[in-house]
Design a binder for this molecule. Structure first.
Ligand code: FPP
Ligand code: MG
Length: 298
């Protein structure tokens, strides 16, 4: 029934009666539509569920359009990003159009769903700003980092699952916890892949996060275990364009200290907790979505 969501998004964009916007929208790769899948699995294929799924996917797409401008990313899902193809101005405005249309449509869903989703968009904007400001420093505070990824990524998944539970007349608490865990695990895996995957598969330069100033958890854990001299070396590489040797140094040290594995296990624990929460609700299908999260390779 994912195709019903695609048609609904297309219809919402068509409503705008603007050929340029429709053309730009069609250039956007769809992605995995993870949030839409969650909604349909929790709430079924009712019209409000399909509309909410379309709205959440439009908001998510908008946030990525803006994120690629903020991150100077020239690729998204292995295709050139909209900012790379048409410039920052177009990418920002397409994002604004998608999320404001999403909000307009959100008014037609119930007030509870509307509140949950709008609150998440406030959170994800706060999280993105925090990501930007943390990148200007060499952040080694794990708690600050975790709060930022909760806001930037997990808040929308938490809201997605919660909104779907509301639509289905289910208790939203375990579903929101499930979404939150999934979101945090998703971002952890995203951060790990930035280190472990080669740039061709990833569609962006390797160790791009660190170059951008982002000290994701593997860097925080590495810093904790390095000796004083090595700490200085790692710090000196922060925000630098890395040579092959420097890249290798970071990767070897991470391997030596098992920091990727440590971070991966944390993501796995979050996913397992999410799975048992859903098993307790008799929601088997939601377990496989959660598993796919930690098993994805890009
Ligand atoms: C990806 O992070 C970014 C997000 C999940 C959130 C971005 C949020 C905004 C730009 C706030 C604006 C919101 C709206 C609705 C206009 P990442 O850079 O770590 O992930 P990536 O590897 O996918 O780029
Ligand atoms: Mg980004």
């Amino acid at each position: 029934m994912l195709s019903a969501v695609e048609r609904k998004i297309e219809q919402f964009v068509n409503d705008l009666d603007d050929k340029e916007v429709l053309g730009l929208y069609r250039k956007l790769p769809h992605g995995k539509r993870l949030r839409a899948k969650l909604i349909l699995k929790i709430a079924g294929n009712s019209l409000p569920a399909i509309k909410t799924a379309a709205i959440v996917e439009m908001i998510h797409a908008a946030s990525l359009l803006h994120d690629d401008v903020i991150d100077d990313a020239y690729a998204r899902r292995n295709k050139p990003s909209i900012n790379a193809l048409y410039g920052n101005k177009t990418a920002i405005m397409l994002g604004d159009i998608l999320y404001s249309k999403g909000f307009l449509e959100l008014n037609n869903i119930g007030p509870q769903v509307s509140k949950i989703v709008s609150n998440a968009v406030v959170q994800l904007s706060l999280g993105e700003l925090k990501d930007v400001s943390l990148s200007k420093t060499f952040n080694i505070d794990r708690e600050i980092y975790l709060k930022m990824i909760y806001q930037k990524t997990a808040s929308l998944m938490e809201a997605t699952a919660g909104a779907a539970a509301v639509l289905a007349g289910k208790n939203k608490i375990p579903y929101m916890r499930y979404g939150r865990n999934l979101g945090i695990a998703f971002q952890m895996i995203d951060d790990i892949l930035d280190i472990t995957m080669d740039s061709e598969t990833l569609g962006k330069p390797a160790l791009h996060d660190f170059e951008e100033g982002k000290t994701t958890l593997p860097y925080i854990y590495l810093y904790e275990v390095l000796d004083a001299e090595e700490k200085i070396i790692l710090k000196s590489l922060h925000t630098k364009r890395l040579s092959k040797n420097e890249e290798m140094w970071i990767k070897v040290k991470m391997q030596e200290h098992g920091v990727i594995q440590k971070n991966y296990m944390e993501a796995k624990v979050l996913v397992e907790e999410a799975i048992s929460l859903m098993n307790a609700q008799g929601e088997d299908a939601l377990s496989s979505i959660a598993m796919a999260m930690i098993e994805r390779d890009f």
